[in-house]
Design a protein around this ligand. Structure first.
Ligand SMILES: Cc1ncc(COP(=O)(O)O)c(C=O)c1O
Length: 461
């Protein structure tokens, strides 16, 4: 007997009640939902907009979760998936290959910076980071440096949730409930330029990486993992020369540099690879969300020729993999997605429009709660403060009242999906689909201005 729910029956299901009964929502306070506080149910998407089960339209100012780069409802991505399902629905890339995985690997190698040419497919961003951690250890071991097993990441950075990736994540509240984590994760200051101590040199944050390598012992450090623009904490951009200095430090101590581009790649900050925006020269790049604009879940770790080399000789192999890695349907969708990004020059569109988008957000600085506006491309954040002059931030209780007690609900009610986040200091993050233009920037403004003005009043009162 078929257990599939026919569409008609699904339509009759009380989705609210069933979701509250059966759906385990990720990172969600499930107990906060009730008959009067409904779970938002999103049923379809079109371009920069999504619609809920009551037909209400929202501007997707977060691209799903920094994913839907080409926008929603692209039928050609569905067609690419359907064609591939008919041709070859699945085969693995464990000792076999298939055309779509080969084509996608070749395409990614042609787009990635420098000699980053060897593509290892995974199923998730956390898996890509996890794979980078394992590959870095394995690489050094194969070259006779088996003690090199630590990885350095930045405070407040989010690199995923599996135990290895979580050891790179620098958010205490996400780590503490699951300790002990995979050993080896160490953390250094991030590049929050808004809160950068005044007397510090511009190389301070990069120098901190060298100090940490020396503290740990260079013979024990395998990799440094950095996002081109750090998401958690609110779109921290690097100071000038940061990545060049980090590269020199990594070379000096034989440490691999990993660019975690789970968010920054595929046009988000105006380039196919975020590393290119800052002249970052990584040895490994993790990619995920925008690879398929989230129409299919597939991700990858891409390695430089130098890192791949020890694994290509004799009977060597990287003893690591995932059943669905390089899935043909996902690979077909990724190729079609990259084709859209190139054909419509969406990275170029982001570069042409980022000043306008940023300018709109900068225009909100007269609202007393707006402390900082920062980011790159279509990846921007507004840091919220108690006092613009002193930059005093909100305490935990105030932040709870501000974000969960008002902002998140109010922004959603007014039809804007964005992220009100306090994993670092409180911020609102905006990461709209790359098809957004003046009309959507104005819509974002028209929601943010009254909501932030009211938030400022409430927090003062
Ligand atoms: C920079 C970065 N790395 C890793 C991850 C983990 O990706 P996933 O949620 O696909 O496991 C994320 C997710 O947002 C991310 O932003």
């Amino acid at each position: 007997m078929s257990t599939a729910i026919p569409t008609e029956a699904a339509a009759k299901l009380d989705l609210q009640a069933e979701a509250r009964k059966h759906l385990w929502m990720h990172f969600s306070r499930m107990g906060s939902y009730s008959e009067t506080n409904e779970i938002p149910i999103i049923t379809r998407g079109e371009g920069p907009y999504i619609y809920d089960d009551k037909g209400k339209r929202y501007l997707d100012g977060l691209s799903g979760l920094f994913c839907s780069n080409v926008g929603h409802g692209r039928a050609e991505l569905g067609e690419a998936a359907a064609r591939q399902m008919e041709e070859l629905g699945f085969f693995m890339i464990w000792s076999y290959a298939h055309p779509r995985a080969i084509e996608l690997a070749s395409k990614l190698a042609s787009l990635a910076p420098g000699d980053i040419n060897r593509v290892f497919f995974t199923d998730g961003g956390s898996e890509s980071v996890e794979s980078a951690v394992k590959l870095a250890r394995n690489y050094h071991r194969m070259r006779g440096n088996g003690q090199k097993m630590k990885h350095i990441a930045r405070e407040v950075a989010y690199h995923g949730t599996t135990l290895g990736a979580l050891s790179a994540t620098g958010i205490t509240s996400l780590r503490s409930q699951f300790e002990p984590l995979t050993p080896g994760g160490c953390h250094v200051p991030n590049t929050n330029l808004y809160r950068w101590p005044e007397d510090r040199e511009s190389t301070w944050a990069a120098d901190a990486i060298e100090e940490r390598i020396l503290f740990e012992g260079p013979e024990t450090v395998a990799a440094v993992i950095l996002e081109p623009v750090q998401n958690a904490g609110g779109c921290f951009v690097p100071p000038d020369g940061y990545f060049q200095h980090v590269r020199e430090i990594c070379d000096k101590y034989d440490v691999l540099l990993v660019a975690d581009e789970v968010i920054c790649a595929f046009g988000r900050i105006g380039h196919m690879f975020g590393s290119d925006r800052f002249g970052m020269e990584p040895d490994l790049i993790t990619i995920a969300k925008g690879l398929t604009s989230a129409y299919q879940p597939t991700r990858a770790l891409i390695a430089s020729d130098r890192v791949a080399e020890p694994f290509l000789e004799g009977d060597a192999s990287f003893s690591h993999g995932f059943t669905f890695g390089g899935h043909p349907v996902a690979a077909a969708v990724a190729l079609a997605n990259i084709d859209i990004l190139e054909r419509e020059d969406l990275p170029g569109h982001v570069l042409r429009k980022e000043d306008e988008f940023r300018g709109m957000l900068e225009g909100l600085r007269d609202i007393p709660i707006v402390g900082d506006v920062r980011g790159a491309g279509f990846f921007q954040a507004i840091e919220l403060v108690k006092d613009q002059g002193t930059k005093e931030s909100f305490n935990e209780e105030e932040s709870e009242k501000l974000l969960r007690g008002y902002l998140s609900g109010e922004l959603y009610k007014r039809g804007l999906i964005c992220r009100a986040d306090d994993r670092g200091d409180p911020v609102i993050q905006l990461s709209p689909t790359l098809v957004c233009d003046t009309e959507q920037f104005e819509e974002i403004h028209d929601v943010l201005r009254p909501v932030l003005t009211e938030a400022a009043k409430r927090m003062r009162g």
